[in-house]
Ligand binder design. Structure first.
Ligand SMILES: [Zn+2]
Length: 349
């Protein structure tokens, strides 16, 4: 996520902290070190919550690149959406279940160590044991809050997954998004009359995130109906390995193409994208050869590939264009713009 700083990496997932988070720390630093400790502890459990989602997602082959800690909670960025409703159900449930597990596991130890007097009166943070009790109960609040069916929060995702089996993904999303909007308005209202700024921010975030998910699902459902064969441009240019980057730049100016298959002896030996070309010129100058900066390892597309899958492949590999092959020979280049153009042409908006 833009504006975030990497803290560390766990299980190949980078844990990032958003710069706005430091504002929250500053705010609480004013109120004393105990509050600062409390905030750090809360976000430790928020991180565990997000990791729990991420590890279940990983089980279903969904890569999670990063977890970003925002002042309003954590966000795990998945490279694609789950294919099956039961996968989304389990991924969404995993986060709140982690917090509930913490509550169950630590109940008896804390009951004996802190005593019922402290454990059941956590609303004051005057002494350190009470801070521990506070952190303990935060886990229950995290679980309950996330289970509210305010899509795209976990509870809302669980609702969508349950509805998707019967109604299909698109209809289920519409209903879940409506839930999200209603809860966002409710949170916003409660926040306004009580002067809770954080709740207002959460409300705005939920409202916008719900709308954006609806758009993504619409996009995916539209893309599902088309294949590469429907959009692959009929003409395209290829490059030789020995071509210089200045020659490539010239080709880019004279055509609309910005990504090129590299051919040697009639076979594709590499692929060079717009960003490879620009980075290559910066690093090696315009007289460098294509073979120096081209990709040698990249996915290829088939004519029968559906566009939703193509979008996933491009997102997962962080690449904006890919070659299309038929029987080992390259027959075209498709870019992410070619894919999304289908949606803008087909959508009613
Ligand atoms: Zn969650």
């Amino acid at each position: 996520m833009r504006g975030s700083i990497r803290l560390f990496k766990v299980a190949d997932i980078s844990i990032n902290i958003h710069i706005t988070f430091f504002l929250l720390l500053l705010l609480f630093l004013n109120m004393g070190v105990k509050w600062l400790f409390l905030i750090v502890a809360i976000f430790f459990f928020v991180t565990l919550h997000e990791l729990s989602h991420s590890l279940v997602a990983k089980k279903f082959g969904i890569r999670v690149k990063e977890i970003t800690l925002l002042p309003i909670g954590g966000v795990a960025s998945m490279t694609k959406m789950p294919d099956k409703p039961y996968q989304e159900f389990l991924i969404s449930l995993a986060g709140p279940m982690l917090n509930i597990a913490v509550v169950i596991i630590f109940f008896l130890p804390l009951y004996y160590i802190l005593g019922p007097e402290v454990l059941f009166h956590p609303l004051s943070v005057k002494t350190f044991p009470l801070t521990i009790a506070h952190i303990y109960w935060i886990n229950l609040i995290l679980a309950i809050f996330n289970l509210i069916p305010a899509f795209p929060m976990d509870g809302g995702r669980i609702v969508r997954a349950l509805l998707a089996g019967k109604l299909g993904y698109q209809k289920a999303t519409k209903i879940a998004v409506n839930f999200g909007h209603i809860f966002a308005l409710l949170f916003g209202y409660i926040g306004l009359i009580n002067g809770h700024i954080l709740l207002i921010i959460i409300a705005v975030f939920i409202y916008m995130a719900a709308s954006s998910e609806e758009l993504q699902v619409d996009l995916r459902e539209t893309l599902k109906k088309f294949t590469i064969k429907d959009i692959v441009p009929s003409q395209f240019l290829t490059l030789q390995k020995e071509a210089t980057l200045s020659k490539v730049l010239e080709l880019m100016f004279h055509s609309h193409q910005e990504d090129f298959p590299v051919i040697e002896g009639g076979r594709m030996v590499g692929f060079i994208t717009r960003s490879d070309i620009i980075n290559g010129i910066h690093q090696h100058g315009v007289s460098a050869n294509v073979s120096l900066v081209m990709k040698k390892d990249f996915p290829v597309l088939q004519e029968r590939d559906h566009l939703d899958k193509v979008q996933n492949i491009m997102q997962e590999n962080n690449i904006k264009a890919l070659p299309v092959v038929r029987d080992d020979s390259v027959i075209g280049v498709v870019t992410i713009e070619d894919v999304t153009r289908v949606y803008s042409l087909m959508s009613k908006r």
